[in-house]
Design a binder for this molecule. Structure first.
Ligand code: C5P
Length: 322
């Protein structure tokens, strides 16, 4: 018998453009996604019987079907009943470090880790593209979380084109603990306010996605230029989330104007704000400065850096069965 410990990195958006409505009720997007070292730790081992059990040290993370990681395990059990019969159910322990409902894909990356972990636990030998296909049925960000690194994501966010590995970019993340933003709310509100500007015909849709492929952010990434990357940060969802949450707007403003900060923006549907800084020393200085300027216990700050890794194995433990 074996058990697996996996590392599940969070993601930030360097770019998020909302292009159009889709017939399935989602939005057509053009995004640039980036993995960061801030990560959850997921342990998986087999259980006798066919139960799925989830433990998590975070009080806001449920242990039932409302947890995407649970749904990932259910999906594997449905897809591979013979493996469920042979190896039994699974016990999943999530050690949460990524803030919840924060725009950092915390739930998506835990689900991605469950898919990768169960593939190992059940000796399935699934390919990356098979795993990504399963991942796409769980959520738009889950396929990216599996592979990680830097990628253009189009369609619902599940169509990925890898970009060259980025040299480490140093990042300060800031989030009010008590503030959560629902992704569904952010997109729905955006549609209500800006739906009339959405593209209608499929040709211009493809043109818009292609424009991102040959656009300034991709050039900045390819030329490994942190200043240019910071200047090209863009997130359409800021247009609805920032007016609804003025304290996030102020936090963004404050971060953007700190000495050494190359650029600041909200990640995904927020409310986490990210700032790009040139060095770990500057990241520490910015964190300290923000803590002194906003004296609020509710504000949490993280120093992290970009990573080229998606879900990866930390350790495998072999133990006697029975
Ligand atoms: O795919 P995921 O479950 O992460 O998406 C959460 C919600 O965000 C969806 O239910 C949908 O309302 C919205 N969304 C969207 N268009 C996308 C991705 C997400 O409208 N491309």
């Amino acid at each position: 018998m074996r058990s697996y410990r996996l590392i599940a990195p969070a993601k930030i958006n360097l770019y998020l453009e909302i292009i159009a409505d889709r017939p399935d009720g989602y939005h057509e997007l053009a995004m640039i996604l980036q993995s960061i070292e801030l990560a959850d730790q997921i342990d998986l081992h087999s259980l006798s019987g066919d139960n799925i059990i989830i433990h998590c040290d975070h009080p806001q993370v449920p242990a039932d079907q409302s947890n995407l990681a649970y749904r990932a395990a259910e999906l594997m059990a449905r897809q591979f009943p013979a493996a469920l019969g042979k190896y039994g159910g699974v016990e999943i322990t999530i050690q949460k470090h990524i803030p919840v409902a924060a725009g950092l894909a915390g739930g998506s990356t835990d689900a991605a880790a469950v898919l990768v972990g169960m593939d190992l636990l059940w000796d399935l030998g699934l390919t990356q593209s098979e795993l990504q296909e399963l991942a796409a049925t769980l959520g738009s960000d889950v396929p990216f979380c599996i592979v990680g690194g830097t990628a253009i994501a189009t369609s619902r966010g599940e169509q990925l084109s890898p970009l060259p590995n980025l040299d480490p970019l140093y990042i300060v993340l800031a989030k009010y603990r008590s503030l959560e933003v629902s992704t569904a709310w952010a997109y729905k509100t955006y549609r209500q306010q800006f739906g009339s500007t959405y593209l209608q015909d499929t040709h211009s849709l493809a043109d818009r996605a292609n424009a991102v492929h040959s656009g300034a952010m991709v050039k900045a990434i390819v030329s490994q230029d942190p200043t240019a990357i910071a200047q090209q940060l863009h997130n359409d969802l800021e247009r609805v989330v920032l007016p609804a949450h003025p304290q996030v707007s102020q936090l963004r403003e404050l971060l953007a104007t700190q000495p050494g900060v190359l650029g600041a923006m909200m990640s995904g549907s927020g409310p986490t704000v990210l700032a790009i800084v040139p060095s770990p020393q500057q990241a520490a200085a910015v964190k300290l400065q923000i803590q002194q300027l906003i004296r609020d216990q509710d504000l949490e700050l993280f120093i992290t850096q970009t990573t080229v890794q998606g879900i990866h194995l930390a350790s495998t433990t072999h133990y006697p069965s029975g």
